[in-house]
Design a protein around this ligand. Structure first.
Ligand code: NAD
Length: 502
């Protein structure tokens, strides 16, 4: 089976195919280059002389030839190839992967070129809108290319991605898995079957569920188990679990023999929309959360929304708070898309395509932020929207009263109320977030510690309280985050009290 990259012109299929093939250690092929070879001239001149129909006929011939023969392992198709029913039919024997791009970005890349269908900006955007459903129906999987200082990595998102993990595998010939005990119980067989014949799965180490596993002691126990099992530097670690196992296994990978590769296979919504990307790994200390760790980017991420079917409803709800947060940061189509998503309570009956699309958008947003600020010196702080108050609420209630995602939902509402006062954010944004929280079973108000006590916990946050002032992440509008907003205590208390009472 070949990995066949599809999508509109300007999506970056040709360069992604080269990069992916390099990572997989296989051959790549660009269908348009093959067509030009067969035509003996550039596509635009042939198209101009002979017309689109003649071009499509030649395209069909070449692409079917490539797919029928011993197909190259990674193949990039031209933007219109999937309009051909015979090509679509033949793609069923392969793994089509959709690279999405929006009209602005695509136009910026190919608008000035001599491509026959990139002459008029409006017609170009209309064609993209027309083809999008076709791309989505042909490919269940999507791919993003994460850009980092260390060269980048592929992120695969889509229902069924974990079942073809062997085909998508960028790691070594042998791997070791560190798995959340629940994730392993539910999905061990799927992982084994997907890797069988492709990669030797030498050992599976189970980690007890919950944040209490994110410790130095647990990391040491795992490192010793890996050493006893004979893991070498050229082996690959697989992290199968939520954010806890992703952070913990990522940390083990970063420090085992000074660093081995890790493939993240996130199994919770929190991990699929956020934690699995960006390379922050680490553990908690009894004194504070996430206090020990290193940056260690994954070799690849395989995010399969099908794995979320076994997730308890409360965990799905909690994960949705991160979806809402990311939509507020991203604005645009992700913010618009929120209303289209099924309530989490119904998610188990869905085909997961809608959720897969939202997960990909969230991953895209996070990866863009990480690409701009990999080591958390500035912009990456925007991902903290709503988290300052969430952490204060969690620690003031001894981490027992609220799930992290529930606290984030409340934290977002406090941040939005403050944003209205300080930055003139439209109240409609908060109203929409409230209705989203209600729709997905998230709280919109809270009981418990008085505002003054919560403020003390806010003050302990080093990032927030430098120099005795409160520096918070706020929002001017969806898609327009304001970093380091100085807020006085009275305003903060007022916002906290309003959300408490609402
Ligand atoms: N590295 C980052 O950038 C980053 C970002 C956000 C959060 N995090 C970290 O992520 C952690 C929270 O992650 P989380 O919310 O995924 O929690 P989690 O990893 O504890 O998982 C939540 C629960 O779901 C269970 N579970 C996991 N997958 C399952 C599945 N497929 N089916 C059934 N049950 C399953 C687990 O056993 C656990 O009980 C925190 O430690 C946080 O610090 C890290």
């Amino acid at each position: 089976m070949a990995l066949v990259l599809i999508g509109f012109m300007g999506a970056g299929k040709s360069s992604a195919a080269r990069l992916l093939a390099l990572r997989l250690g296989v051959e790549s092929c660009d269908a348009d280059e093959e067509i030009e070879r067969s035509l003996g001239e550039p596509i635009p001149s042939f198209w101009e002389r002979e017309g689109e129909e003649a071009f499509r006929a030649r395209e069909r011939e070449v692409v079917l030839g490539l797919l029928n023969s011993r197909a190259p392992a990674v193949l990039a198709l031209g933007g219109g190839a999937v309009t051909d029913p015979q090509i679509r039919e033949r793609l069923r024997d392969h793994i089509p992967i959709y690279l999405e791009v929006d009209a602005d970005e695509a136009w910026a890349r190919v608008g000035a070129s001599d491509r026959p269908l990139a002459k008029d900006r409006e017609a170009f955007a209309a064609l993209l809108a027309q083809r999008r459903p076709l791309y989505e129906s042909v490919a269940g999987l999507r791919m993003l290319w994460a850009r980092t200082a260390s060269g980048g990595y592929p992120v695969f998102v889509g229902a069924g991605a974990s079942s073809v993990a062997g085909e998508l595998w960028c790691g070594g010939e042998r791997c070791f898995a560190i798995g959340d005990e629940s994730a392993l119980a539910h999905h061990r067989e799927r992982l084994r079957a997907a890797l069988a014949d492709k990669v030797e799965l030498a050992a599976e180490l189970a980690v007890p569920a919950g944040e209490s596993s994110k410790t130095m002691a647990q990391a040491e126990a795992l490192l010793r188990e890996l050493a006893r099992a004979g893991m070498r530097r050229d082996d690959t670690l697989v992290a199968l679990g939520g954010g806890v196992v992703g952070d913990l296994a990522g940390f083990c990978a970063a420090i085992y023999q000074r660093g081995v590769s890790v493939v993240q296979v996130p199994t919770t919504l929190v991990a699929q929309v956020d934690a699995a990307y960006g390379g922050k790994t680490g553990v908690d200390l009894p004194e504070a959360k996430n206090y020990v760790g290193v940056f260690h980017q994954p070799l690849e991420v395989i995010a399969d929304p099908d794995l979320l079917r076994t997730l308890p409803a409360e965990e799905l709800s909690a994960g949705f708070a991160e979806v809402i947060k990311t939509a507020l940061i991203a604005g645009g189509s992700l913010w618009q898309m929120l209303d289209e998503l099924a309530p989490v309570a119904r998610l188990h009956d869905e085909d997961m395509r809608g959720l897969g699309r939202a997960i990909e958008r969230c991953a895209r947003t996070k990866l863009a932020i990480v690409a701009a600020d990999e080591y958390d010196k500035g912009l990456r702080a925007s991902l903290n929207l709503g988290h300052t108050f969430a952490h204060a609420l969690e620690s003031a209630t001894g981490y027992a009263a609220y799930r992290h995602g529930e606290a984030v939902a409340i934290g977002l509402l406090v941040a939005l109320r403050l944003s209205e006062r300080e930055l003139g954010l439209s109240p409609e944004v908060r109203e929409r977030v409230i209705s989203q929280c209600e729709r997905h079973g998230l709280p919109t108000s809270f009981e418990g510690p008085p505002a003054q006590a919560l403020l003390e916990h806010v003050a302990r946050d080093k990032k927030v309280s430098a120099g005795g002032r409160r520096n918070l992440v706020l929002l001017r509008a969806p898609g327009d985050v304001a970093l380091r907003c100085e807020v006085n205590d009275d305003a903060l208390i007022a916002a906290i009290e309003e959300v408490r009472r609402s």
